[in-house]
Write a protein that binds this ligand. Structure first.
Ligand code: HXC
Length: 258
């Protein structure tokens, strides 16, 4: 079975593994509003569809999983709309994390900013050999806004997470595995994800569901509110205008701290 939205494809195989493909390759699958809305719709369907036992999320093409939130759209945001954009993405990624069927991100190429945040909202991550992870928002005069300030420290510890967030530096697949950001590196991350899911699906389905529920139960939610508030405030700074404009004009930003 396969279902099509405009920016997302959903295919379901015989074992009930759904493959969600983010399909905007010319913009390296960047998350604009349309992609986010369709991602929410697809995950709402997945949660209630009894034919689906597990999920793989991937990006179309070899170059990128997702290169982040759409910077053209970010440039238009002010404090209020910036906070709301952050909260909207947080809620959709929460919906993904709250899926009580195992969700694996199969990451080929760039997973930057919102793309890394999407991968981190999945329960497990398998990286292709060319995968690159990073939270480059500070280079745009922003901070991660789709939960990255909360999920990255939870996955790799505060010190390593802060280093990645403050420098915006990119890490390749093997380093990502060493850090604990990805579970495995594979030449074929979709195939490797299917193998792992088929192993998981041999176990009791209620136990699998409840194990996911228990692991996420202790998460502290208030950090997400702080992240969204700060993201909104940053949207109104001159530095954010400079950082996002510099990206779109293909030049280096000159920040003034204003
Ligand atoms: C919009 C993007 C984009 C993005 C790439 N593109 N990333 N458009 N938003 N995040 C577009 C480019 O403008 C270009 O369009 C096309 O995709 C191909 O990208 P290039 O830059 O030409 O490719 P390349 O030189 O190979 O560089 C690849 C790259 C670079 C290193 C991944 O594209 C890049 O740095 N992208 C931005 C990464 C980033 O900063 N992400 C974080 C965003 S902030 P044209 O039309 O020129 O062909 C974020 C915040 C989340 O995610 C929270 C929000 C609340």
């Amino acid at each position: 079975m396969s279902e099509s939205f405009s920016t997302i494809t959903l295919e379901i195989d015989d074992s009930g593994i759904a493959i969600v493909t983010i399909n905007r390759p010319k913009k390296l699958n960047a998350l604009n509003d349309e992609v986010l809305n369709e991602l929410a719709d697809v995950f709402k369907d997945i949660q209630i569809d009894e034919e689906i036992n597990a999920v793989i999320v991937k990006g179309a093409g070899d170059k990128a999983f997702v290169a982040g939130a759409d910077i053209k759209e970010l440039r238009e945001l002010d404090n209020r709309s910036g906070r709301m954009a952050s909260q909207k993405g947080q809620q959709i990624f929460q919906l993904i994390e709250d899926t009580r069927k195992p969700v694996i991100a199969a990451v080929n190429g760039y997973a930057l900013g919102g793309g890394a945040e999407l991968a981190m909202a999945c329960h497990l991550r398998i990286a292709g050999e060319n995968a690159v992870f990073g939270l480059p928002e500070v280079g745009l005069g922003l901070i991660p806004g789709y939960g990255g300030t909360q999920r990255l420290p939870a996955l790799i510890g505060k010190a390593r997470a802060l280093e990645m967030i403050l420098t915006g530096k990119q890490v390749k697949a093997e380093e990502a595995q060493r850090l604990g950001l990805v579970n495995k590196v594979s030449a074929d991350p979709v195939e490797a994800s299917k193998e792992l899911l088929n192993d998981i699906l041999k176990n009791g389905p209620i136990a699998v569901r409840d194990a996911i529920k228990a692991v996420y139960h202790s998460d502290n939610r208030s950090g997400y509110q702080v992240e969204a508030d700060l993201f909104g405030e940053l949207c109104e700074t001159e530095d954010c205008m400079e950082g996002t404009s510099a990206f779109l004009e293909k030049r280096k930003p000159e920040f003034k701290g204003k």
